[in-house]
Design a protein around this ligand. Structure first.
Ligand code: UDP
Length: 250
């Protein structure tokens, strides 16, 4: 089916969102070449980043769908674009950690790289002006990021299903999944506020920490955050390895 790009709806830090002509339940997402960190205080870009991240996220979503975790992904279009379901996004970021890293390692004064016996799931309130603060389950209910405790439980359950899938997906190419962030939206079934919760946004080296299992080399946005160099090369290597392992299977 040939989708047609409509008007620009919204421009975010890493993506532009357009309507799809004649398809009110779909949106057209364009992945930009920009890279941002620390709530967009640090800005950068590299050529073809949009295309690399589009390819990675669509492979991930296709893989997860075969493992029973549906997402907003509908089809790839062009070389850096995707048609996805139109969802009302929940104002929450769900983080899963298998190994302590970054600010959380610092927060508890534990070494980056400390493995966790049981994966942690955490909620962050999606609000740039507040710098996306950590929130407890009760705070998530107070802020109505999801209507009920059952919804929160579903988010955590799905996040752990995603975690199991991603460990296999990245593990197949020798990458350890340290942590990741995912976002969810609701479709329009069942009226306003009552739709099905679905995995959305993206899953890429922007939103996951990925370490080479043997060398422990970082293969994700920490290369940009921490000025480690080789950002483009590592994103491209991740795409190439994933394509080789999964391209013909999902
Ligand atoms: N993450 C993200 N967007 C955010 C915050 C975090 O994609 O706005 C991802 C991040 O790349 C990492 C995981 O979520 O893979 C956990 O991030 P953490 O809370 O440790 O953030 P830090 O403050 O250490 O960057």
């Amino acid at each position: 089916m040939a989708y047609q790009k409509g008007d620009l709806i919204y421009e975010g830090k890493a993506k532009r969102l357009y309507a799809v002509k004649g398809e009110p339940d779909l949106v057209w997402q364009e992945f930009k070449d920009s890279l941002t960190a620390f709530n967009a205080q640090k800005k950068g870009a590299f050529e073809n980043k949009g295309s690399v991240n589009r390819d990675i996220t669509s492979l991930v979503f296709r893989f997860l769908s075969e493992r029973g975790v549906g997402s907003h992904w509908v089809a790839d279009v062009g070389d850096r674009e995707q048609v996805t379901r139109r969802l009302a996004m929940l104002k929450v970021e769900v983080v899963v950690r298998n190994t302590l890293a970054g600010s959380t390692a610092k927060k508890f004064n534990l070494a980056e790289g400390t493995p966790l016996e049981v994966p942690l799931t955490e909620f962050y309130y999606k609000d740039d002006a507040l710098n996306d603060p950590f929130i407890s389950d009760e705070q998530a209910l107070m802020l109505k990021v999801a209507p009920t405790r059952e919804d929160l439980d579903e988010l955590k359950r799905t996040a752990l299903d995603v975690n199991r899938g991603l460990i296999e997906f990245f593990g197949a190419v020798g990458l350890d999944l340290i942590d990741f962030k995912i976002e969810f939206g609701r479709d329009s079934s069942g009226g306003p506020g009552g739709g099905r919760i679905m995995l959305a946004d993206e899953i890429t080296p922007d939103s996951c920490r990925l370490w080479d299992r043997v060398t422990r080399e970082k293969m994700d946005k920490d290369r940009f955050r921490r000025d480690l160099g080789g950002v483009k090369e590592s994103y491209e290597k991740v795409r190439a390895m994933l394509h080789e392992a999964w391209g013909s299977k999902v």
